[in-house]
Design a binder for this molecule. Structure first.
Ligand SMILES: Nc1ncnc2c1ncn2[C@@H]1O[C@H](COP(=O)(O)OP(=O)(O)O)[C@@H](O)[C@H]1O
Ligand SMILES: [Mg+2]
Length: 256
């Protein structure tokens, strides 16, 4: 695999601290992006309903086909609404991020269970290779979102017979990885996948919002951590999350 791509956004964080006009132009570009993403499914639903009203209702086969398409557009809108809410919740929690020591294996199991139907349907095996006592210093709900998004992506972009593994890494004490044996991605795309709404192949990613990794990146940044990606087309990808690991002084150590 190629070397990890560092996605730290120090430059962006610095420039975002410079003042209100920039913030407001960021807000309006964000609103424009959301409207753009909403427009297509809404236009499709409208077209399908118009076609049904114009006579397609009379043919049961055509009718069923169109309703199925309308249903998947509605599902997409629903996923978009959920993900937008997550974006909002993550930015709201900036001031009051409650951190605790969380058992990674338990949270990885929760993520694996949440995607088990998808994994089964796709014939992908999810393995958890994390020691029981391995803990990360994180907000549990947000850690769940990180794991869920990374494991779901890994399953989604891995073909039948492949596998996904959640494991820890020896490089530092707050570090874990989600790796897969999936389709991988071109090196040039890696920096873009964390942008809101970005999907490498929009046809293959039909039904997805392109918001998951931007949420993951926001959460990791909020924790003061780092996320890096190694990937090779046709071989698979590894998403590595490195969270700060403050040294905990036990009462015994304090007394010494
Ligand atoms: N494990 C992976 N393997 C290959 N491509 C991936 C993987 N994870 C993410 N991607 C690419 O990054 C894009 C953005 O991911 P994400 O923000 O989670 O959006 P979504 O899952 O809604 O498509 C995906 O559409 C896909 O093209
Ligand atoms: Mg995703």
């Amino acid at each position: 695999m190629n070397g990890p791509v560092d996605l730290s956004e120090k430059a962006e964080q610095q420039s975002s601290a410079t003042g209100a006009p920039e913030q407001s132009s960021k807000d309006s570009s964000w609103i424009a992006e959301v409207s753009h993403e909403l427009r297509l499914p809404i236009a499709n639903i409208r077209l399908l309903v118009e076609t049904l009203l114009d006579g397609a209702l009379e043919d049961p086969d055509v009718c069923r086909r169109m309703l199925k398409r309308a249903y998947s557009e509605v599902e997409r809108l629903q996923k978009l609404a959920q993900d937008l809410l997550s974006v909002e919740q993550v930015s709201q929690s900036r001031q009051e991020l409650r951190l605790e020591w969380v058992e990674l294996a338990a949270r990885a199991r929760y993520a694996a269970e949440s995607v088990s139907a998808l994994a089964q349907a796709r014939g992908v095996q999810v393995k958890i290779d994390v020691a029981k006592d391995f803990r990360v210093h994180a907000n549990q709900e947000q850690l769940d979102q990180v794991l869920l998004n990374l494991v779901e992506n890994a399953v989604k972009f891995t073909a039948s017979g492949g596998h996904v593994t959640v494991s820890t890494c020896s490089s530092s004490p707050g570090c874990f990885e989600v790796s897969d044996t999936g389709c991988g991605m071109p090196q040039s795309e890696i920096p873009k996948i964390f942008q809101r709404f970005y999907r490498i192949d929009r046809v293959q990613s039909k039904g997805s919002t392109g918001l998951g990794l931007s949420i993951v990146k926001n959460i990791v940044d909020l924790h003061g951590g780092r996320i890096t990606v190694e990937s090779e087309e046709g071989k698979g990808s590894t998403f590595r999350v490195d969270l700060p690991h403050p040294t905990v002084l036990t009462q015994h150590q304090v007394q010494q």
